[in-house]
Design a protein. Sequence first.
Length: 132
Amino acid sequence: MADKLFRIILQVDDLDKAAEFYAKLLDDPGRRIPRASRHYIDCGPIILALVDVTAGGEKAKPLPDHIYFAVSDLEKVYARAQELGCLASDDVHGASAGEMVVRPWGERSFYVADPWGNGLCFVDENTLFTGR
């Protein structure tokens, strides 16, 4: 059995703004981690950690690729993303990333970009492609 992934860190430069953005997008306020410049949101068995790296004098850097979320109500998440104005505008296999569509591999999804340049993809949990 493979080791378990338990936390993914997103670097931000304003922890309050990041906590507010993700609380609205994920419909979960998460929790502040005292004395650590962190805010944690439980996403199933994985913790999404928002870390303000500016406290250590660094500049926030986005992840090089998307983080994928399986959701039970894609329409509700899409509506929140629209309200936040964070739907991605690039192209994914001939369709707008910000459109809720069925992708060539069978997943019904849409993509967003957070204010720090991190890419996220929300997928209808009934259409997940896991390679099996």
